[in-house]
Structure formats: C-alpha cells, structure tokens
Design a protein around this ligand. Sequence first.
Ligand SMILES: [Zn+2]
Length: 244
Amino acid sequence: MQRRSFIKKSSYTGLALSLLPGLTLNQETEYSVAELMGKVDIKLYGEHINLRKEAHDAFVEMKRAAYSEGMDLKIVSSYRNFYRQEGIWERKYLQFTEEKGMTKLGAIEKIIEYSTIPGTSRHHWGTDIDIIDGYPKTTGDVLVPEKFEEGGPFHLLKKWMDDNANKYGFYLVYTDNPKRKGFKYEPWHYSYAPLSVPMLKSFRRRNIFKLLLEEDIIGKENFTTGFLKGYIQNNILDINPDLL
Ligand SMILES: [Zn+2]
C-alpha cells in the first residue's frame, strides 16, 4: 500500500523506478472504490452485451459456440451502475413497506433474497451477466429457477453452460449448494472470473462495512452492525468458491 501511494504521489515514476532498482510495480490492478461501486463510467463493449473488453470477447466466443449447438445465448442484464441499482432498491423497498405493509427490516430481508444493496452489485463491475436462451418461446418472468430446470425452456442452455461455461472463463456465482447462504440460487447469473476475481479481492481490501455506512440509501437506518456484517459475509462472499 505504501509502495503504491509512493508511486502515485511521484510524478517521476520512471525516474523513481530507475533510482530504486529493487522497486517493482505491483502486477495486480487496483480498482478504485468508485469503479467497484458502479459510480464511474467504464468503457463497455458490444451492443446488448455491455461488458469490459476481455469479458466481452470471451462472451462472444462462448455465444458463437452455443449458437453452433442450437442455442441463442442472450443477455438479459449485464452492466448496471450504482444509480440503477439504487432505483431497484428504492422501488422494492417502497413496494414492500408501503403496498405490502411489511416491516422495514422484513422488507430489507426480502429484497436481499435476489437484489443487492446499491454499491455491492457484481453487475457494477462489467464482468457479470444474467443470461437466457433466446430461442424457446416463453411467457412471464424469464429469470426464475424453474425455467432452467428439467422441462423448462432454458434447461438445454443450463446443461450446456454446466459443461462449457468454465472453458470461456464464466462461472455461476450463486450456486444451488444447500450450504450456501446469501442470495438465492440464480442459474442465470455468470461471472467472468479472470476479471471479477481480482475485482472482488480489490473490494475486500477496502472497508466494505464503512463504505456501506457512508451511503445514503433508503432504509439504511435499519442497517445494524450485525445485519451489515452478515450481508458482507453471506451475500458478498458466500458465492461459488471458484470466484474467491
Ligand atoms: Zn444477476
């Protein structure tokens, strides 16, 4: 950390490096807090894809392979910034507390079955996707687990992804491991590990707990220490171990 801030402060990085032969640049990219929390615009690639370059290229290759086996890998959701996530959070919070008369804490517990606290969505990173098969005709919500199960319209895709996704760097995040806590099983949500693993590492090096307390999110007066610690432990970190 000290080494990095020294380099950042020095406007003569090259000179500093040549004067200090023992000093090597950290190979691992450090992502900014704003970037990790979806608060700055990042460069995104591909129409209806919207991923970081490397993730985009891997996705296109995977899509091509799936296509040759009769599936149309279609992205339902990929990059989403902090403010979009904040909108989702607010809409659900108001719906659950005002329309459904739930307690504030009850509403928050319900929201975090599938949705994240703004600033903590993996969709902020430009590495994660929610996907379906665009070919089968379906009605109603597409991102429901039953549609990916035996007899469901996306079962073929799910089987294909089980066998092939990892070859392209994509891993299921919220698996159906019954011991896993946090977000429910999401057979549609994949993450491009070569980028998202270092990003999660970078995020963990910050004080996520403090960052969340600093946010002005509706309902945050209900974020007790216990709740936030549990959220970080279960919802952010209790994921597919291949992504840690
Ligand atoms: Zn998702």
